[in-house]
Design a protein around this ligand. Structure first.
Ligand code: HEC
Length: 424
């Protein structure tokens, strides 16, 4: 009622929303990143004509918050690049559609400028690693998770300040995770890899998902890559209805500045997962107490299809609760890596906890099994995982070994040492 009144008075004051005045800027900032020519989404949402032809569907998907894809709940912790629409933006879009999709006066606001498919956002990279030949994505079938191991050809050690993953065909790539491997072990050049990459990487370089730009390391925290390292990329392909060819490239940007800080993966994970068929509320917990002060800069959650809720929070030594992540409707399809709007200081002896909830009932539309089956921990598509990775920078770098020892102990306790197996 209040809402209707507020809207009615807004309409009286300035008339129904128009495309040029009200709608264009919402679509350009919150949608066009994925909805423009050559990007992942199936149609553009840039011009008036684009928006008008999809008006009804737009009103529906923004009301249900199916679009834009953005999983964290509002009001718990602030993330950089938050795509969530405000209630007011949703009302504006709804009123524009209900009011007859008025174009409005004046020229269409110029659309945002996106780098072309064959342009690098940060300029010419210092090193480019290309997939040697196109990967073929079949027209139909389930999503494909493929790992690739490629030589970098580096003959000297380097410090990486930024990395850009550039798909050649953005329609089929849902996300990619990048790692380095400095081991001398023999590896296949490519293999199927749902969930985990099946090897213990030397460094994580971050991830890419549609609508996100290059991966940039925080100032002073370039990632060392030793000569001879290989690039490991896990790429998630989504069939589009026709056979697609995809040949991605990765651009590396180096710096001469040796890192003075390091981003450490404070990972909480559990392998104690045994979800009975039909169980709608199966809870997995884990906790870790950091022996040193860190600044948390981001969070990467991981679970498969049955997970619904993901929560992670810290209890500071003074008893204060600090949220680190809160997702109520996890969708495996959108694997974003979240950066905090500003670093979160976690003093020494902060307890970090995670709690994931899984729904293995028939009532979960994402349950791949019908009838439901018992599901255990494991890296495969039929298994489940529970992990939350808090990307953290030690406040005093000389304390890093202490954190390393605590984490190693926690990892060994949670995975039992048998988790990472080499691919066949
Ligand atoms: C991160 C990328 C991304 C962003 C941002 C995004 N979309 Fe989408 N959108 C997609 C993809 C991909 C699809 C295709 C369906 C799918 O894979 O879920 C899609 C599908 C749609 C559809 C068709 C849904 C259907 O059921 O057919 C509509 C309408 C839509 N988006 C509107 C929007 C609007 C409006 C915004 C901004 C408020 C937006 N999208 C932001 C990626 C995005």
């Amino acid at each position: 009622m209040k809402w209707a009144l507020a809207m009615a008075s807004a309409l009286v004051l300035q008339g129904a929303p128009t495309f040029t005045r009200d709608v264009a800027k919402i679509l350009q900032t919150k949608c066009a990143g994925c909805h423009h020519a050559g990007e992942v989404a199936p149609f553009s949402l840039v011009s008036f004509e684009d928006a008008r032809s999809k008006a009804k569907l737009i009103a529906e998907v923004v009301k249900s918050r199916q679009m834009p894809p953005w999983q964290p709940e509002p009001g718990f912790v602030d993330f950089a690049g938050n795509r969530r629409l405000t209630d007011k933006e949703i009302r504006t879009l709804a009123a524009w559609v209900a009011g007859g999709t008025t174009r409005g006066k004046g020229p269409e606001p110029p659309g945002p400028v996106f780098p072309k498919a064959d342009e690098w956002t940060l300029g010419k990279p210092d090193l480019v690693v290309d997939l040697p030949e196109a990967f073929l994505v079949p027209a139909e079938g389930s999503d494909i998770y493929r790992c690739f191991v490629l030589p970098t050809g580096l003959t000297e050690d380097k410090f990486v300040r930024a990395v850009e993953f550039r798909p050649s065909n953005r329609r089929v790539v849902h996300h990619a995770l990048l790692f380095t491997d400095a081991s001398l072990l023999k590896r296949p050049p490519s293999y199927p890899c749902f969930g985990t990459i099946g090897l213990f990487p030397t460094e994580g370089l971050g991830g890419w998902s549609p609508g996100n730009g290059p991966i940039q390391m925080p100032e002073g925290a370039a990632i060392p890559v030793v000569r001879g390292s290989r690039l490991v990329a896990q790429v998630h392909y989504h069939p589009t209805g026709k056979v697609e060819r995809e040949r991605w490239s990765v651009g590396f940007y180096f710096t001469d500045k040796a890192p003075v800080r390091r981003v450490v993966d404070v990972g909480l994970a559990s392998r104690v997962i045994d979800i009975p068929a039909g169980e709608a509320n199966y809870v997995v917990k884990q906790q870790f107490t950091s022996p040193i002060a860190v600044d948390a800069i981001g969070v990467i959650p991981h679970a498969h299809l049955l997970c619904r809720e993901m929560r992670a929070w810290a209890t500071l030594p003074n008893g204060k609760k600090q949220w680190l992540l809160n997702i109520r409707n996890w969708d495996f399809n959108w694997q974003d890596q979240f950066r905090y709007a500003k670093p979160i200081r976690l003093p020494a002896d902060t307890k970090i906890e995670m709690e994931f909830v899984y729904d293995n009932s028939a009532g979960n539309p994402r349950n791949p099994n019908s009838p439901a089956k018992r599901v255990l921990a494991g890296p495969g598509i039929a298994d489940e995982m529970a992990g939350v990775h808090i990307q953290s920078i030690p406040v005093h770098m000389e304390e890093l070994p202490e954190l390393g020892r605590a984490l190693w102990g926690a990892v060994m306790r949670s995975v039992g040492g048998s988790f990472y197996t080499l691919p066949q």
